[in-house]
Ligand binder design. Structure first.
Ligand code: DHB
Ligand code: FE
Length: 284
């Protein structure tokens, strides 16, 4: 049986990727950000999974106003690193897991969640920056990745509860795959940030930290927060945080299993225009 052993949550600020690619990680500004991931990179080496189910959002890179799937699962064998305007980031392309991805698509769709199936897709900073943060500079990523792209860019976006319940369905899907695989699920994006309009630069430390507390201890309750509260309190791009509820919904305690262990928690302001939040939860 395949098993979800842990979940990881992290922001995906593109300037973090640029800092790594341009050799700026030792600059004082960036040192403070990367210090929060030192533990995580060691943990990653000691807890390397076979597959990461990586929940992220595309930023009008693979999709555009021409086509906007709410939930899109990548079933391909390979995903190329996208060119977001400065050429593709100089990091490894991403290897998929078509067999597990197809199984999850089958199971989750039969559990009444309509996923779009994507056989060809380039992946942008939403997916590659979390990989870089957790794995450092890697010639080859040390695991396969199943991307799940969630629309949090163009309204209407999915609710926190829909995301949470999708996570529960993904857990069932993974556990019904007939191979011994160690699977992690990552929820990425956030935390508070707004890149546009009169409130550009908005950060809300109190709300973010309360979000982390509630994500750990009472995710079902957190899932009831309406999207308008994310936008009001965490800024227009703070809505990316609903994706964290997919990863949290896939953890064992949601199905009345034992509580997960908090292995690591980090919060830092700012990285570019964003509050960086990061958690590692292990299933028991
Ligand atoms: C920034 C943050 C994001 O989440 C993003 O997608 C783009 C830019 C930023 O803070 O610069
Ligand atoms: Fe983003």
């Amino acid at each position: 049986m395949a098993k979800i052993t842990a979940s990881v949550y992290t922001s995906h600020v593109p300037a973090i990727g640029a800092a790594m690619d341009l050799g700026k990680t030792q600059e004082p500004y960036w040192q403070k950000v990367f210090a929060g991931y030192e533990y995580s990179r060691q943990w990653m080496k000691e807890n390397t999974p076979d597959v990461v189910f990586l929940v992220y959002n595309d930023h009008a890179t693979a999709f555009s106003l021409e086509m906007i799937p709410t939930f899109a699962i990548g079933t391909a064998a390979e995903f190329k690193v996208a060119d977001e305007g400065w050429g593709p980031r100089p990091v490894a392309d991403v290897e998929g897991h078509p067999e597990l991805a197809s199984h999850i698509a089958q199971s989750v769709i039969q559990q009444d969640f309509d996923l779009t199936i994507v056989n060809k897709m380039d992946v942008d900073h939403g997916l590659t920056v979390p990989l870089s943060l957790m794995c450092g500079d890697a010639k080859k990523w040390p695991f396969k990745v199943i991307p799940l792209a969630v629309n949090v860019v163009q309204y209407p976006v999915p609710s926190g509860m829909r995301c949470f319940m999708l996570g529960q369905a993904i857990r069932k899907a993974v556990e019904s795959f007939d191979a011994n695989l160690n699977v992690q699920i990552w929820g990425t994006g956030g935390m508070s940030h707004q890149l546009q309009g009169p409130r550009a630069g908005l950060i809300n430390k109190e709300w973010d930290n309360r979000f982390l507390d509630r994500l750990i201890s009472n995710p079902k309750d957190l899932a009831c927060v309406p999207h308008i509260e994310y936008v009001r309190e965490a800024g227009s791009e703070g809505i990316e945080l609903v994706m964290w509820l997919i990863a949290r919904g896939a953890m064992a305690d949601v199905a009345d299993g034992p509580k997960p262990t908090v292995k690591h928690r980090f919060y830092h302001v700012p990285a570019s225009n964003t509050a960086v939040g990061h958690l590692i939860l292990e299933n028991n």
